[in-house]
Design a protein around this ligand. Structure first.
Ligand SMILES: [Zn+2]
Length: 352
């Protein structure tokens, strides 16, 4: 991949290209942003563009330098990562020794440091001198998701380039460029882009299982059948607060989008703007069983429930109340819906 072919962050791309065009590649750079995979991709392709034998201010992707960098086998492009919680002193010593020598093959030598915020004060001090008095042939690229954790003395010696998260459309293109089918890429991008830390880690199979599970839950809520099974399952999950909140947040997101699609279908049954277009038939069925008021009610209920659980209120009591509002009038017991054995709402787990 060449520099121009990289997806997203056009500003960063333009800055890197201008360094090459003007032959003013800084000796030390910081790439900061929430997606480490993306930063590494930019760093590697920038190194390739700078070292390419064809001197076109970009990577030709065909010369032996470009090919070797792609395979991770080029001696003048080194990727470092912390050995343990922090970079160790011996890692830094080795790096500094390497940085005192001329490049082995190319005109420049690139050192790409992942998780640069994990340089602690001890290890950073010796490294600082290398940054202060750089050999003109060295280029250090420090990658970090947390710029604030990089020592100010290091920051002040680097050009800082800030990366923005990829938009849905950019994530989709990025996934497609890696061979993901366009329809799967669209759904993965839609559901994963917001909190995506690593675009390479998204998993179609996992998303598909979650969407199907949420579609079944929604089906039960709308048909008012097996609602108590949902309650039991939520009860079970609510034992572990953190994983329960993560699960429930995802549940609210996925179900809200399914409900959004149902509303679209209520207005226009032939709509082509569904997010879950692969579930159209099933969603049409559900649209015929409910109405806009009920959908708004459900969305509001779920959002309030998520908000209250995040505020440390008793998850189990809240779940009971939520499910109660979904139990058909005729089957509701005077005290509320049936609770799981031994799970009296007043004695539920309190996350205070
Ligand atoms: Zn090349």
């Amino acid at each position: 991949m060449s520099l121009v072919e990289l997806i997203g962050n056009t500003r960063v791309k333009a800055t890197l290209s201008s360094y090459l065009r003007n032959e003013r590649v800084p000796s030390s750079l910081i790439f900061t942003g929430s997606d480490p995979y993306h930063q590494l991709l930019f760093a590697l392709n920038f190194a390739k563009a700078a070292l390419c034998l064809n001197k076109i201010n970009d990577a030709c992707d065909r010369c032996r330098y470009c090919l070797a960098i792609d395979r991770g086998l080029f001696p003048d492009v080194q990727i470092l990562e912390p050995d343990g919680q922090f970079y160790r002193k011996n890692q830094l010593d080795e790096l500094i020794a390497g940085a005192c020598q001329r490049p082995l093959q190319a005109e420049k030598r690139f050192f790409i440091m992942k998780d640069a915020q994990r340089l602690n004060e001890n290890s950073a001090n010796s490294f600082l001198k290398t940054l202060e008095e750089p050999l003109p042939t060295n280029v250090f690229i420090l990658l970090t998701a947390n710029l604030a954790q990089i020592l100010p003395t290091i920051q002040s010696r680097c050009q800082i380039l800030k990366f923005l998260p990829l938009s849905n459309q950019e994530v989709k293109l990025e996934l497609q460029s890696r061979g993901v089918d366009p329809e799967k890429a669209r759904l993965l991008a839609f559901f994963s882009a917001d909190d995506m830390e690593d675009v390479a880690a998204v998993d179609w199979q996992e998303l598909e299982e979650k969407r199907q599970a949420m579609l079944s839950i929604l089906d039960c809520l709308i048909r008012q059948s097996q609602v108590e099974d949902i309650l039991l399952d939520l009860y079970d999950r609510s034992r572990s607060r953190d994983s329960f909140i993560a699960y429930f947040r995802e549940m609210v997101n996925l179900i809200s989008v399914l409900l959004r699609d149902i509303m679209v279908l209520m207005v226009d049954g032939s709509s082509t703007t569904l997010i879950n277009s692969d579930y159209k038939e099933k969603l049409m069925e559900l649209a015929a069983l409910t109405n806009i008021d009920k959908i708004f009610f459900l969305i509001r209920k779920m959002e309030f429930l998520l908000r209250d659980i995040q505020r440390n209120l008793n998850a189990r009591v809240l779940i009971l109340e939520f499910i109660n509002s979904y139990t058909p009038e005729g089957t509701r017991t005077p005290g509320g819906t049936r609770t799981p054995e031994g799970a009296c709402p007043q004695q539920g787990v309190n996350y205070g």
